[in-house]
Design a protein around this ligand. Structure first.
Ligand code: CS2
Length: 513
């Protein structure tokens, strides 16, 4: 590279033209992007999608034969406008910085996205794109909350504003379900094949849940459409995994320096990646297995293992670590008191709930999780981990509490996490009195219930849409009260409370519970 091109590159931004000027150690798309078509329309182009599914397609495209499986992104949210502008400017290219625990860094540019539609301004364009015969798969990362799954009834929350709006206005959708239903209606009317609806969110049986939500939704809108979807549309379940922190200014600066050009929204992620998919598709699929994904007939044991150990483990560290005053996962887990608590939680309150998995050694899996969490090059913020806890904890943690209670097993370690969530929602500061960055659609409601704890120790649990009947289960509420008393005592210290809870746990176990 000559000095002139280097300067031009340094001043330029990442796009199809400048790609050729990148330093040769950067892994760039070598395939002809002009020949690609978007067989996949992806709703919810967050960091995780860009580090995971889009990366798998990028790898696949490197060998000929998959040109029809590029991605068209769709952003449903008003705050996706900025992302659209950046992606358009960059010809939908973005950099992916893969950080290994040992410090090794793989610098990539991902080219599998070839279009992006900002839905709020282009509703009909999105519907037409989904209804187009080229679209074979509509995939989703709309977060746990995006499914509008009522946490205790397991049904679609018909009172949700967006859902109620979309049921009443089939031609003016706002939610993923509204768009999907509108497009499937067109395909049904035209006698076309449906696309597959593929969830990539951290929900156990994410495909079955998506199916159930969409069937309830369309049942309200048009029962005939619902029946057609029930008969014809596939919703494969999948386990997805790759830790992808929120992009920071440091990540952007790193890319500017290393790539010699500007990427306004690079993604950083860990080196580990896993995708286990049930092989049920309505109209074909890419050979993701050639890019490292795994097709199975039943994903149940994989997803339960991942959600109950990794995601719940994150929440355990996230809430306890936040109160202590830590900012990131690696910082929290490098404190041996937190690592010990996490491991005991995994071993004693989750492992007994998991089925044996051929080819997977659970002890090794847990060791790997701790190693991944400890990756000092992934500064995954506790604020991200604790964000939308109201949508996450029912699936990640409360499900395990209920299963343990039903089996007569102690679950005091998870109980302390729920009590800590109450303190976190109530005081909204850590134990050094510094404000916490709480992002949760239910933030005000959580605070309202939690703030009554001083007069009613069980007040938080009265939020039955999250906790269902936990308040009436003596085995739970006794431990919860003990935890609340400790957390709300004037001399409270989270580490001491964790130590005492662990000690008590071992006593209880010694008594055979
Ligand atoms: C995290 C997940 O949001 C969370 O609470 O646990 O985003 C986690 O990093 C991914 O599921 C990893 O695959």
């Amino acid at each position: 590279m000559t000095n002139t091109t280097l300067n031009e590159t340094q001043n330029g931004s990442l796009n199809q033209l400048t790609l050729a000027n990148l330093p040769s150690h950067i892994d760039i798309p070598t395939y002809d992007r002009s020949q690609l078509t978007a067989g996949i329309v992806h709703i919810g182009v967050g960091g995780f999608h860009r580090a995971h599914q889009a990366m798998y397609i990028n790898e696949l495209l490197k060998t000929p034969g998959s040109e029809q499986w590029a991605i068209c992104g769709v952003g449903l949210l008003e705050n996706n406008r900025g992302l659209r502008d950046i992606l358009v400017k960059q010809d939908y290219l973005y950099s992916l910085v893969v950080r290994h625990p040992n410090g090794q860094i793989d610098n990539k540019v991902i080219g599998s996205m070839i279009d992006f539609i900002f839905a709020p301004d282009n509703k009909q364009t999105v519907i037409d794109k989904l209804a187009h015969s080229e679209t074979k798969i509509v995939s989703l990362t709309i977060t746990e909350g995006g499914y509008n799954l009522h946490p205790t009834t397991g049904e679609l929350d018909l009172l949700n504003e967006g859902i109620a709006h979309d049921i009443a206005n089939p031609n003016d959708p706002k939610t993923a379900f509204g768009y999907i239903a509108a497009a499937l209606q067109i395909r049904k009317n035209k006698g076309m094949k449906p696309f597959t609806v593929q969830s990539c969110d951290n929900i156990q049986h994410n495909g079955a849940v998506t199916r159930k939500m969409l069937l309830t939704f369309t049942q309200q809108q048009d029962p005939e459409l619902s029946q057609w979807i029930k008969t014809h549309v596939e919703f494969p379940n999948a386990m997805v995994d790759r830790i992808t922190p929120v992009t920071t200014k440091t990540d952007i600066d790193y890319v500017t320096k290393t790539y010699g050009l500007t990427d306004e929204w690079p993604i950083t992620c860990e080196s580990f990646s896993q995708w286990v998919i049930e092989d049920n598709f309505s109209d074909g699929r890419p050979n993701w297995n050639l890019a490292g994904a795994q097709f199975v007939t039943d994903v149940t044991p994989f997803e339960k293992m991942k959600i109950r150990l990794l995601n719940a483990g994150h929440s355990v560290l996230g809430l306890l670590g936040s109160i202590h005053g830590y900012a990131t996962i690696d910082e929290t887990v490098s404190d041996k008191d937190f690592a010990q608590y996490l491991r005991a939680f995994m071993d004693l309150e989750v492992t007994p709930l998991l089925d044996k998995l051929d080819g997977i050694d659970l002890e090794e899996y847990k060791d790997t999780l701790i190693e991944r969490f400890s990756n000092p090059n992934i500064k995954d913020s506790l604020a991200r981990i604790c964000s939308e806890s109201s949508a996450k904890l029912p699936k990640f943690l409360i499900a395990s509490i209920n299963e343990n209670l039903a089996a007569g097993r102690d679950c005091s370690l998870a109980t302390l996490v729920i009590a800590t969530w109450c303190l976190y929602s109530d005081k909204q500061v850590n134990q050094a009195n510094n404000p916490l960055d709480i992002q949760d659609a239910m933030r005000d409601e959580l605070a309202e219930y939690a703030q009554q704890t001083r007069t009613d120790q069980l007040a938080f649990l009265k939020l039955t849409s999250l906790f269902d009947n936990l308040i009436n289960q003596a085995d739970f509420s006794e431990n919860y009260t003990t935890a609340i008393n400790a957390l709300y005592s004037p001399t409270s210290n989270i580490k001491t409370i964790m130590k005492n809870t662990l000690e008590q746990k071992y006593h209880t176990l010694a008594k055979g519970k």
